[in-house]
Design a protein around this ligand. Structure first.
Ligand code: HEC
Length: 137
């Protein structure tokens, strides 16, 4: 009986520690795909190509792939004013979408690995929490 109790308690411990663990990259991408549909698709579209001259693309976007922290900051604080994406200047406004750090990490992992985009990086909520607004200046 005592042994059963020990087994029960240790399996509870293992279970709860696995809950506290961070999501894997694939789990994060999967959550990110749902966030994309809810918050981003209406502007950046299902194919990630945006609208030329008005809404910048995410597919093969040099801005996104080379300036990951700036992209995070844009999602965290909103983005406005001139930016250059694949040699085209955009001067629009993207308001803050009201996502928390985990949601931003998930949607970043999704857009960094969708439409032929590839990234070695795994964006975590803790990285998102460290990105400050001043990086956009
Ligand atoms: C209302 C339309 C709109 C929505 C919704 C929107 N964006 Fe944007 N997004 C824009 C515009 C416009 C810009 C360019 C802003 C500028 O010109 O400074 C932009 C810029 C970006 C950029 C940086 C430029 C690039 O193309 O690489 C990223 C990354 C981005 N958006 C991702 C997202 C993600 C992820 C979501 C959903 C969480 C989202 N956006 C929701 C309109 C939108």
């Amino acid at each position: 009986m005592k042994y059963l109790l020990i087994i029960y308690c240790s399996s509870l411990l293992i279970f709860s520690s696995s809950l506290a663990q961070e999501k894997s990259k694939n789990e994060s991408i999967l959550s990110g795909s749902e966030i994309y549909i809810d918050f981003c698709i209406r502007c950046h579209l299902a194919n990630g190509e945006g609208v030329k001259g008005t809404i910048p693309p995410l597919k093969k976007s040099d801005y996104l792939l080379k300036s990951i922290d700036k992209s995070i900051a844009g999602l965290k604080y909103g983005l406005k004013g001139k930016i250059e994406v694949n040699n085209i200047i955009y001067d629009g406004i993207m308001i803050n979408q009201g996502l928390d750090n985990e949601e931003i990490a998930d949607v970043m992992n999704y857009i960094l690995n969708q439409w032929g985009n590839e990234s070695e990086e795994i964006i975590t909520p803790s990285r998102v929490s460290k990105v400050s607004k001043s990086i956009l200046k």
